[in-house]
Design a protein around this ligand. Structure first.
Ligand SMILES: C[S@@+](CC[C@H](N)C(=O)[O-])C[C@H]1O[C@@H](n2cnc3c(N)ncnc32)[C@H](O)[C@@H]1O
Length: 322
């Protein structure tokens, strides 16, 4: 399988000049990958059987490809890309029950976002691109997802093997730090599950503000604590066994930060604890999951003694000065 992004200028539209170098950079990274398991993942992709390419959107399970005859062989190939974290997906008739019921997050936000019809969207920390397919289902013309995890990018290419060619969902092996400061003009920018991994949440929010066009929307999803405008948790070390967690604000503090940075029309559209049904170990993600990250005698606490994961969805806009 060729690990390339054959996208026309017409699809990239007004963003062509800005995005073309990023596509080149992404292809270079995949041509010279730095991961010990890459050859194994590539072999799994190369062994996927030929199939009719079909995309079925607007349903909880992103369903790609026609049902193939040898389901057992296909399942084995797809298992070569374990662990599958974001789904549910169905590829060539094989149901992939991922660690996360990401469709629940999509359900919580889909009725609150502005219409994506015809939009060019950026999804930062997009994982395997599950949400990108949902965004296409909601009418987006182009979704540019970025995620530095090469395994998730390979899972995306497995999806792409089964998918129809239009509209376009991309997952590039890039981190937010790879985006040039001058990049701007997206109609919508999603940042879900990323803010708490950033050392400087304020810089992350400033970057989101820069990336959207005037009048465009940001959809921000992140961990929060209960608390007032001035409160945020900075874990001493790990949070729910995760390394690299920096700031977990209250939703009021988060709105305050966003107001100060110039976002307008800021709405918290959902806030809820993460349930053991939404994030769990499955056949397709056999490692430990949320259950093992919580205090076994008090599920309201993480094993480190912090409040258990609770997440907010905030939608905000950049002022349209015209
Ligand atoms: C908690 S997951 C969230 C995935 C998805 N957006 C969701 O909401 O389910 C965080 C994702 O951010 C990615 N990530 C980590 N560092 C990143 C960076 N510097 N830039 C962009 N994405 C990053 C991880 O690989 C991971 O897929």
């Amino acid at each position: 399988m060729r690990l390339t992004y054959p996208v026309s200028d017409a699809t990239l539209g007004a963003l062509t000049e800005q995005l073309r170098p990023l596509l080149v950079q992404a292809e270079k990274i995949l041509a010279n990958p730095r991961h010990g398991d890459f050859a194994k993942w590539k072999a799994a992709l190369d062994n996927l059987p030929a199939t009719a390419r079909v995309t079925r959107l607007n349903q909880a399970t992103v369903t790609l490809g026609e049902v193939l005859a040898d389901q057992q062989a296909l399942k084995q190939q797809l298992m070569g890309l374990h662990p599958w974290r974001k789904g549910p997906l169905n590829l060539g008739g094989v149901a992939i029950d991922c660690e996360w019921r990401s469709d629940w997050k999509w359900q919580r936000l889909q009725d609150h976002i502005s219409d994506l019809t015809g939009q060019r969207v950026l999804d930062i920390g997009c994982g395997n691109g599950y949400f990108g397919w949902q965004m296409l289902g909601a009418g987006a013309e182009l979704v540019v997802g970025i995620d530095p995890s090469l395994l998730f990018v390979m899972q995306y290419f497995a999806c792409q093997h089964f998918a129809g060619t239009k509209p376009t969902n991309l997952v590039l092996p890039l981190g937010i730090e790879d985006l040039p400061k001058s990049l701007t003009g997206f109609d919508s920018v999603f940042s879900m599950g990323v803010l708490y991994h950033r050392r400087s949440p304020i810089e992350h929010l400033q970057q989101l503000h820069r990336l959207i066009r005037p009048g465009g929307q940001v959809i921000l999803e992140t961990l929060v604590i209960a608390g007032n405008e001035q409160q945020a948790l900075v874990p001493k070390d790990r949070y729910a066994r995760m390394r690299n967690v920096w700031f977990i604000p209250s939703s009021k503090a988060l709105v305050n930060w966003m107001q100060r940075l110039g976002f307008v029309d800021i709405r918290c559209v959902d806030e809820c604890p993460t349930s053991l049904d939404e994030q769990r170990s499955t056949e397709w993600m056999r490692f430990e999951s949320l259950r093992e990250s919580l205090d076994s005698s008090d599920p309201n606490l993480t094993i480190e003694g912090y409040p258990a994961p609770r997440r907010v969805i905030v939608i905000a806009h950049k002022e349209n000065k015209s």
